[in-house]
Design a protein around this ligand. Structure first.
Ligand SMILES: [Ca+2]
Ligand SMILES: [Ca+2]
Length: 205
């Protein structure tokens, strides 16, 4: 038993020492991670201040700010989570399809409010960096103020895409939405990591 413990200890040390020096793994962060300089996409107005109409398919609406959206990703004023009004974002009019955000210049943190949703951060090759999820525990909006959550990922290596998808993937009755997408275009400093980088697995306004 003692020998087995020593083997386990050696294997753990080897795993730690084999990590690249100075490279921080992608970590989950709450909304407090994002400093005032972070970009906020509220899906209510375009970068030039023009109000976005209900059902607009986003495409390159926010390209000037460094984010592009996938096919069918659009805005809706359907009453869902209590975030910035009037619009939220969904991946298709039935709320079932993923929302695909791509960042041509890379970002060092990305997050959004939503309900019953999953966030996957991807690197330049499309490989998964981190997957985080939030749900109140029910498919659909039956959880009252427990529905609204925040999912965020930060990374020392640039994130080139963020895919939001529904948590309850085995059913097609209830979808998801996001709103108030935030992302950070500059690499976080150690001070930012310390003051804003607290990991929260669950956050509500
Ligand atoms: Ca909004
Ligand atoms: Ca729910």
């Amino acid at each position: 038993m003692a020998a087995r413990s020593q083997v386990a200890l050696v294997l753990a040390l080897c795993a730690i020492l084999s990590q690249p020096r100075g490279v921080l793994a992608a970590t989950q962060v709450g909304p407090e991670f994002f400093p005032p300089s972070a970009t906020l996409v509220n899906f209510d107005v375009a970068p030039d201040g023009t109000p976005l109409p209900n059902d607009l398919v986003l495409g390159d609406t926010y390209a000037a700010w460094g984010v592009r959206f996938g096919d069918n990703d659009g805005v809706t004023n359907w009453a869902g989570i209590a975030t910035s009004l009037p619009n939220r974002c969904w991946g298709s009019p039935d709320g079932l399809r993923p929302i695909d955000c791509s960042f041509p210049n890379g970002v060092y943190g990305v997050g959004a409010y939503g309900f019953d949703f999953v966030l996957e951060a991807l690197d330049a090759s499309g490989a998964l960096m981190l997957r985080v999820a939030y749900t109140d525990g029910t498919a659909g909006l039956f959880g009252g103020d427990q529905e609204l959550g925040f999912l965020g990922v930060s990374s020392d290596a640039p994130i080139y895409a963020a895919r939001f998808s529904r948590y309850w993937s085995s059913q097609e009755t209830f979808g998801f939405e996001i709103d108030d997408l935030k992302f950070l275009s500059e690499r976080p400093t150690p001070a930012m990591q310390g003051s804003w980088g607290r990991v929260k697995d669950r956050y509500r306004k």
